[in-house]
Structure formats: C-alpha cells, structure tokens
Design a protein around this ligand. Structure first.
Ligand code: 4NP
Length: 159
C-alpha cells in the first residue's frame, strides 16, 4: 500500500513546496511513484492558491527541481490522510499539534532526518538570497532518509 507524507511550513510557498519537489524527484528516480505520495501545506492562510515563491522556484530550477504546487492551508483532516507529517520548524510543529489535538508519532520535525543541521529549517522569505540555497542543501541532506522511512512504512502497510 502507498505511504504518504505531508511537509508543512508557514506559507507553503518556500520550504515545504521545495521539500515536496526534492522528494518527488527522488521518488521518480527510484521508480516509487505508485508506492509513495507527497504533498505540502502551510499553517497560515497567507498565500492560499499561490504558486511557490519565485525566488524559491528559481533556486530549485537551478538544481533541476520543478515546483508545481499551489499553496493550501493544513486542516485537521490532514491528520488522518497522511502517514507522516513533517514540520519544517518548531512553530509549525506547535501549530500542527494544536490543530490535530492529540500527541502523535506521525507528527515529526524535519530536523530529525538531518545528521547535522539546525532544529528549525530557516525561513528564507524575509532573508537574503542565499537562504534559498541553504534550505535546498538541508532538504537534499534529509530527503533520502525520509524516503527510506516512507518505504518502510509502505512495506509495513502491505504486509
Ligand atoms: P514558508 O516561507 O513558510 O517557507 O513558505 C514563508 C512564506 C511567507 C511568509 C513567511 C514565511 N509570510 O509571512 O508571508
């Protein structure tokens, strides 16, 4: 059975759509399109319906990622829909814990999948241009591990 992941940041226009794009390419490279499903959302309603921030799209395109998602706000119903829900920073985590209303092993911090990195994936929206490259470096470090975890979840659901 397929395993699914939802990446969540504040606006769903910088960090989480980029995480979606990085993981989606790994999924395609490993031929796992039928096994692994990926989506992203924001805790805020600030940018609903918008494509990813142009600066993030440019940075991602430079590394061969195509960011196609449109911003949507996370809802309480996402809790049941996904096997893994990954918050990009501690504020996002707290917002989701409140939204979902129950402690859950499904809800994880992105930094748990980093060998070496900050607790919070830095929000690049108000920062310098290199912030987008820093975010992509962190995403590329963690996404192979996230994919391994999703493959395990998919196999456990199939058994
Ligand atoms: P994201 O970045 O959470 O990585 O999508 C942000 C996007 C928009 C805003 C803040 C962060 N904003 O304040 O509008």
């Amino acid at each position: 059975m397929p395993a699914s992941v939802l990446f969540v940041c504040l606006g769903n226009i910088c960090r989480s759509p980029a995480a979606e794009g990085v993981l989606q390419r790994l999924i395609q490279e490993r031929g796992l399109d039928d096994e692994i499903k990926v989506d992203s959302a924001g805790t805020s309603s600030f940018h609903i319906g918008e494509p990813a921030d142009r600066r993030m799209r440019v940075a991602a395109t430079g590394r061969g990622y195509d960011l196609t998602s449109r911003s949507r706000q996370a809802t309480a119903r996402d809790y049941a829909k996904f096997d893994l829900i990954i918050a990009m920073d501690r504020n996002n985590y707290r917002e989701l814990a409140t939204l979902f209303g129950e402690p859950s092993t499904k809800l994880r911090m992105f930094s748990e999948f980093l060998d070496d990195g900050p607790r919070d994936i830095p929000d690049p929206y108000h920062g310098e241009a290199d912030g987008f490259q820093i975010v992509l470096d962190l995403l590329e470090q963690a996404c192979p591990k996230i994919l391994d975890r999703l493959v395990e979840i998919s196999q456990a659901k199939t058994r």
